[in-house]
Design a protein around this ligand. Structure first.
Ligand code: NAG
Ligand code: NAG
Ligand code: NAG
Length: 254
């Protein structure tokens, strides 16, 4: 009896902050580590294949300067600076793309039950040109994503099920924290967001979507629709921080 009672608090219930996959960078991670991933060596944390023809270091950099300074996450020592330029065409496409994909380990499932996709996004110096549409932090089927530019002008706008549900002006030097709260079984998504070090708050509730992922199609990056003129959008930088996927309730603290 006694041992049963003692073991109760240790039951492996899924609760807030149960990390299913972590894309955080510890102090030892360097840009060279991205290149150790390949289709024949699929090691966490990231798949790295959607990018242009220049060396990895022209598209990705990791440093403490690129993380949300308000982050209190354990093991979150560095952030990611992601660059798009006019060499960022992947596979001859006219779109410019620099995108990482979670590389899971074993049979982890990022696509059933309630799953929270967390990330913080910022631009360091100046906001990117807004003439061209950008698709950010999107799933392959685009059931949930952020957009910037195009009809969204200089706003970061949350789309779910193909419609805009929340929009906020993008300001350089501000950290925008997001969690996509996705119920893959019910087919719905809610959005939690904040800026800086503030706790996340729900701003969009329960949009009905065709929620699906194969656990390897969340694009942690930016796709810019350069249309017929690759590179016309020039050079731009986006900072990413606190990227991870959790089960259970949304972790509200940054
Ligand atoms: C790409 O950008 C570089 C530097 O910004 C510039 O020198 C070059 O002409 C551009 N190339 C094209 C094809 O636009
Ligand atoms: C940008 O966001 C602001 C604030 O939410 C909103 O008032 C405005 O309509 C948005 N603009 C566009 C083009 O979506
Ligand atoms: C931390 O977040 C607060 C707002 O929550 C903001 O005022 C402050 O500038 C942030 N600190 C840094 C170093 O960015």
């Amino acid at each position: 009896m006694k041992s049963i009672l003692l073991s109760l608090p240790l039951l492996p219930l899924v609760s807030a902050g149960t990390v299913l996959w972590s894309g955080l960078f510890n102090e030892d991670f360097t840009v060279a580590d991205f290149d150790t991933w390949s289709w024949s060596n699929q090691i966490p944390p990231y798949q790295w294949y959607i990018h242009g023809t220049a060396p990895t270091a022209s598209y990705l950099a990791v440093s403490a300067d690129s993380k949300n300074p308000n982050s209190t996450l354990a093991g979150d020592a560095q952030g990611l600076r992601l660059t798009l330029d006019n060499t960022s065409s992947w596979n001859g496409q006219t779109m410019m793309r620099t995108e990482l994909i979670p590389q899971i380990e074993g049979d982890v499932d990022l696509g059933s039950g309630v799953v929270n996709y967390h990330f913080s996004l910022g631009v360091p110096d100046e906001i990117p040109g807004a003439e061209l549409e950008h698709q950010i932090a999107f799933f392959e089927s685009h059931f949930t994503e952020l957009k910037y530019g195009g009809s969204d002008s200089t706003n970061l706008t949350f789309y779910a099920g193909g419609a805009a549900h929340y929009s906020i002006p993008l300001t350089a030097g501000v950290w925008y924290n997001f969690a996509y709260n996705i119920d893959f079984d019910a087919g719905s998504v809610s959005l939690y967001t904040s800026t800086g070090g503030d706790d996340l708050e729900q701003v969009v509730e329960g949009v009905s979507v065709d929620a699906q992922t194969n656990s390897a199609d969340w694009h942690v990056g930016v796709l810019r629709l350069d249309n017929a003129t690759p590179g016309v959008g020039g050079v731009e930088e986006w900072d990413w921080s606190g990227v991870r996927v959790e089960g259970g309730d949304v972790t509200l603290g940054v």
